[in-house]
Design a protein around this ligand. Structure first.
Ligand code: UDP
Length: 469
């Protein structure tokens, strides 16, 4: 009978390293409880190098299978990521079904975990009698918002960004409609329908695993805990061994070693953030004017590369060409510019780093928190504007620069916020608060910490161990 087969947890991440990595970190912690885990990976092409690197280096007990690639070539070229991720899931359902059936011949599937755009898997899981869970890779305030969104969508006519007063949503900080996530900013776009479709289905999950921790978002987590389905904050789960192969970054770490403690501001906009030439110029001059030490990950401006969604593949173009004349020489000693990529988690843990200009992707945010590095919140895409409001207005560990009328953050503003964050007396509070959060983050994942307990509770449940009250 089914009960006697060994348990297995299946994880189904929608495309994007920002979805895979936090799920992998969760799997690593779960598997310490002797619970076998398998990743089932949908794709619209062959597995990427980044996916393979992460999945082949997983500890014993965590396996993976790539589903046969589906095709998205019939979708229009400007289709938004949310729509693409949803289509990838829906089109992978037949091969997922086959894979699950085959796993079920030797295992009892005690959970199937999908992420925020994977809820179309729920019906099939229910038919196969597999409990489905949701892994929500961003913060608890966003989750409260997601739960409330179907109601809000009914109440509001027109676009959310046009609402002048702040929105008050249960279990979520107050924020303006213009700071809402990208997919809800255009109610006629397919991505909006996808978002609404998924969030309406979140309540069908048996539980929601959330990459945050109580001390970071006490109100939102307390609110969510009072409601159904149960929410399990397991964070901050971050990529601890950032992808850094070989000696490519030796120069960067040597340079950091030579800088005074907490003196360097790190500037990086996530795995997909690229700016215009005009904005790149403002950053260059702004950093110089701030007179602070800086480490800047520079990418080719989006108006200078042909295919901006694939900028890493354009690494044959030298981004230094787009810097102001003589910039590298002028800033030598004070600043270091790296082309394209930095091993971010490792950089943020370096003692010389004292601040982080970030696009506020949730993984970058948590990496900053676990290292106690205060931020300049410079959101670009996805739900990053919401994260920026959380960090600057609610948790108060970040400064958000003002965007000028021409849509650019001007060099004077950049210089001013960088100076304030790094040496400003008024901003001492920000630095202290971030130190406290770092402590809380470490404690949450200690042996008896709040997040460790949640992971343990899930592991026991999925292993079929009954927990006495
Ligand atoms: N990252 C990195 N080096 C870079 C850019 C990004 O190591 O130059 C990593 C970063 O440490 C984080 C992830 O890529 O773990 C980005 O995730 P996040 O959620 O912050 O943003 P996204 O890229 O998904 O927008």
């Amino acid at each position: 009978p089914k009960q006697e087969l060994p348990p297995l947890v299946a994880m189904f991440p929608t495309p994007g390293m920002g979805h895979l990595i936090p799920m992998v970190e969760f799997a690593k912690r779960l598997s310490k409880h002797n619970l076998p885990i398998t990743f089932i990976i949908p794709n619209d092409g062959p597995p990427s190098k980044a996916q393979t690197t992460v999945l082949t280096s997983l500890p014993h007990g965590i396996s993976h299978v790539f589903l046969p690639p589906i095709t998205l070539s019939d979708l229009p070229p400007n289709t938004k990521p949310e729509t693409l991720m949803t289509a990838t899931t829906v089109r992978s359902l037949p091969s997922l079904h086959q894979t699950l059936l085959s796993l079920m011949t030797s295992h009892r599937l005690s959970a199937l975990i999908v992420d925020l755009f994977g809820t179309d898997v729920f019906d099939m899981a229910a038919e196969l009698d597999i409990p489905s869970y949701l892994y929500f890779p961003t913060n608890a305030n966003n989750l409260s918002f997601a739960f409330y969104f179907p109601q809000l969508a009914q109440r509001v006519q027109g676009e959310f960004r046009d609402i002048p007063e702040p929105l008050n949503i249960p279990g979520c900080f107050a924020f303006h409609g213009k700071d809402l996530a990208d997919p809800v900013q255009d109610r006629n776009d397919e991505a909006y329908k996808c978002f609404l479709h998924h969030v309406t289905r979140y309540k069908l999950a048996k539980g929601i695993i959330e990459n945050s921790f109580l001390e970071l978002e006490p109100e939102a987590i307390t609110f969510l805990k009072k409601n159904e389905p149960p929410v399990y904050p397991v964070g901050p789960l971050v990529n601890e061994d950032s992808i850094n192969n070989g000696s490519e970054f030796d120069v960067c770490f040597q340079w950091l070693d030579e800088q005074p403690r907490g003196s360097v501001i790190f500037v990086n906009f996530g795995s997909e953030g690229i700016l215009t030439s005009a904005q790149t110029d403002e950053i260059a001059y702004g950093l110089e004017m701030s007179e602070q030490r800086f480490l800047w990950v520079l990418r080719c401006p989006k108006d200078k590369v042909e295919n901006d969604s694939n900028f890493i593949a354009n690494s044959n173009v030298d981004p230094f060409e787009f810097l102001p004349n003589g910039y590298i020489e002028r800033t030598k000693g004070k600043g270091l510019v790296l082309p394209y990529w930095a091993p971010q988690a490792q950089v943020l843990s370096h003692i010389s780093i004292g601040g982080f200009v970030s696009h506020c992707g949730w993984n970058s945010t948590l990496e900053s928190v676990v290292n106690g590095v205060p931020l300049i919140a410079w959101p670009l895409y996805a739900e990053q504007k919401m994260n920026a409001v959380l960090l600057s207005e609610n948790v108060k560990v970040a400064i958000r620069p003002k965007v000028g009328e021409n849509g650019l953050v001007q060099r004077e503003e950049i210089a001013s916020v960088v100076k304030r964050l790094m040496v400003g007396e008024e901003e001492q509070k920000i630095r202290y608060r971030m130190k406290d959060l770092k402590e809380a983050a470490i404690n949450a994942l200690k042996e008896n910490g709040s997040s460790t307990k949640q992971i343990c509770e899930l592991a026991l449940k999925w292993k079929g161990v009954t927990i006495p009250n």
